[in-house]
Design a protein around this ligand. Structure first.
Ligand code: KIV
Length: 268
């Protein structure tokens, strides 16, 4: 059997050059990361979406560096060969490039993952440049920026006008110049995302940014039907785990109440 090779940062540029789509997915724990690795996911993002998917917050703002590192280390333990990116939470890199360097190093040294993701375009580029020149691989993130929710007042699709599309291209080029190895395009009109993708040598990974990106990323809870309030327009529900879990828990509850669990098979 061929030994499994660890995915490294050059994998993504090669995929773009060959015209092969990049498959990215969020994960927040070891068993799910193991499954993602087994199924051939190229990049696992330990997203700050963990605020909603794992921690019960309403948005990503309250997520802390310690929480993100804790989940990133768990994902690493589950997926030894995958390329794992830690999503730096709100205010863990915005204060200064020095703060970003110190905090980013913890993802590589303590959680032992492969890269970090930062939200923001031109304004974040100087920090990205410092990180990359110090040896930290960076995934950029432009378009809809969930860490700006309190100032933007809502989750709005970007790139709907030519001016905005041009701004997004500038943001993307600034990140490419700063050394980002790829850029997440979130909540962007398909046309603008295709224009950004066309203008870059590095790959784009879209979420709610249409089919013209070099790859796609999704929040795993949306794909598995674990988020019960609604299905976001950009997501496709590949199964309905919430219903399956409800069925199993209802059956367990009634078995215990009826005294039929544990039965002879589960007893010593
Ligand atoms: O936190 C996250 O899961 C993300 C993706 C939506 C790209 O940033």
């Amino acid at each position: 059997m061929k030994a499994q090779k660890k995915i490294n940062v050059s994998h993504f540029l090669k995929k773009k050059e060959k015209g092969e789509k990049i498959v990215a997915l969020t994960a927040y724990d070891a068993p799910t990361a193991k499954l993602a690795e087994e199924c051939g996911v190229d990049l696992i993002l330990v997203g700050d979406s963990m605020g909603m998917t794992m921690l019960g917050y309403k948005n990503t703002i309250p997520v802390t560096l310690e929480q993100s590192l804790h989940h990133s280390a768990a994902v690493r333990r589950g997926a030894e060969f995958s390329f794992i990116v830690g999503d730096m939470p709100f205010m863990t890199y915005q204060i200064s490039p020095e703060q970003a360097m110190q905090n980013a190093a913890r993802y590589l040294q303590e959680a032992m993952i492969d890269a970090v993701k930062l939200e923001g375009g031109e304004k974040t580029a100087s920090t990205v440049e410092r990180l990359v020149s110090a040896g930290v691989p960076v995934l950029g993130h432009i378009g809809l920026l969930p860490q700006n929710i309190l100032t933007s007042g809502g989750y709005r699709i970007t790139g709907k006008t030519q001016d905005d599309a041009e701004r997004l291209v500038k943001d993307a080029l600034a990140l490419e110049k700063a050394g980002a190895f790829a850029i997440v395009l979130e909540g962007m009109s398909s046309e603008a995302a295709a224009e950004v993708t066309h203008n870059l040598k590095i790959p784009t990974i879209g979420i709610g940014a249409g089919p013209g990106c070099d790859g796609q990323v999704q929040v795993i809870n949306d794909l598995l039907g674990l988020f019960t309030d609604f299905v976001p327009k950009h997501a496709k529900k590949y199964c309905d785990l919430s219903s399956e879990i409800r069925k199993a828990l209802t059956a367990y509850t009634s078995d215990v109440k009826a005294g039929v669990f544990p039965g002879p098979d589960q007893s010593f």
